[in-house]
Design a protein around this ligand. Structure first.
Ligand code: ZN
Length: 350
């Protein structure tokens, strides 16, 4: 995992590489935040950067990802860490007995499954996805005493390949108290050149004595979907309702509002409308209850059926044509008025 593969966390990535370059690597670090925002991916990228034998440095103001540095991704250390086969990097995680493997006593017994899971989800998979991967719906995996024993044993061994020994504990909050207490001992007298990287979504259940011996780093939440401006949803709902009534005075007022937005915003709003239409079509075709989320319940339940396989394509085309016209400096009022008539007809003749 390289930092460039983690979207939306450049500030944190740069903070981590800076601390490594300055020789400030803490013995114990806790990254807390949603796995979907990259907390485990960050732990892996950080580890890879520490071991990399050919660290890359760039100008963050011109780098496409806003990064100041990253691991090379091709040296032997990088490759082994990317394949999760580096002999000095150990992974602990909530492990659990499954039907096909009843004898799971520690992370070591489930290492291959976890490796497949991580590679499949690029380290962004959630705990629920991990259980689903194992096929255990309600079973609660834990980081156990035997996992802590493995840590203690690992730390007393000499490192194989690098100068550092790293233990990454994913979902540290799923550690049972015996394991946590054993771990605490290693934190009290940290061995030289060891790094304990804990990753947690919720720190409330982690022993305060562990937290106090750990450098805590908050991983900000990143939303994977495009963020639409808040005003788009009510604007869209009003506009669509207007297309049914086709009251000219009200429609004209609505179009004035749309025409007064900047051109970029108008294009953005048309893209939003396309996305809503796409979701409606998915909803209609799948017959699922998970429709729109505009905040207007009546609209959300009634509107999706207006979009059918028969009118969707023409609606997309009308929206695209309007966006193209706006890009070419067409008068926005006329463009939105024409678009409104076209959409009104298409929706009514579904
Ligand atoms: Zn490298």
């Amino acid at each position: 995992m390289r930092f460039k593969d983690i979207a939306g966390q450049a500030v944190l990535c740069n903070h981590l590489t800076e601390s490594v370059d300055a020789g400030r690597i803490a013995h114990a670090v806790l990254l807390h935040g949603p796995t979907s925002s990259g907390s485990l991916a960050l732990a892996l990228a950080y580890t890879q950067y520490i071991y990399c034998s050919d660290r890359q440095h760039m100008d963050p103001t011109t780098d496409a990802h806003g990064l100041r540095a990253d691991s090379c991704g091709v040296c032997a250390h990088c490759r082994k860490i990317e394949q999760l086969t580096h002999s000095d990097v150990h992974l602990l995680f909530p492990n659990t007995s499954i039907e096909s493997n009843k004898g799971v006593k520690s992370s070591a017994d489930q290492r291959n499954e976890f490796r497949s899971f991580l590679l499949q989800h690029h380290a962004f998979g959630s705990l629920d996805e991990w259980y689903a991967f194992l096929g255990v719906a309600n079973q609660q995996g834990i980081v156990r005493e035997s996992d802590a024993d493995d840590i203690v044993r690992t730390l007393t061994l000499k490192s194989y390949e690098g100068s550092y020994k790293t233990i990454i504990i994913w979902m540290a909050e799923r550690m049972n108290s015996t394991a946590a207490n054993k771990l605490l001992k290693t934190l009290e007298e940290p061995a030289d050149k060891t790094l304990l990287l804990m990753v947690a979504e919720n720190t409330a259940t982690i022993l305060p004595t562990i937290l106090s011996r750990t450098q805590q780093i908050e991983v900000p939440r990143v939303t994977s979907q495009t963020e639409w401006p808040e005003e788009f949803a009510p604007l869209f709902v009003n506009w669509m309702r207007m297309l049914f009534k086709l009251n000219m005075a009200q429609l004209s007022h609505q179009v004035d509002g749309l025409a007064s937005m900047g051109r970029e915003m108008q294009k953005h709003f048309l893209a939003y409308t396309s996305e809503m239409v796409r979701q409606c079509l998915l909803h209609t075709m799948a017959g699922t209850a998970n429709g729109l989320h505009t905040g207007d319940e009546r609209f959300d339940s009634a509107f999706p059926s207006m979009i059918t396989i028969r009118n969707a394509e023409q609606i997309y085309r009308a929206l695209n044509d309007a966006a193209y016209a706006i890009e070419r400096n067409a008068a926005p009022k006329i463009t939105f008025m024409q678009l409104s008539f076209t959409l009104s007809k298409l929706i009514k003749n579904r």
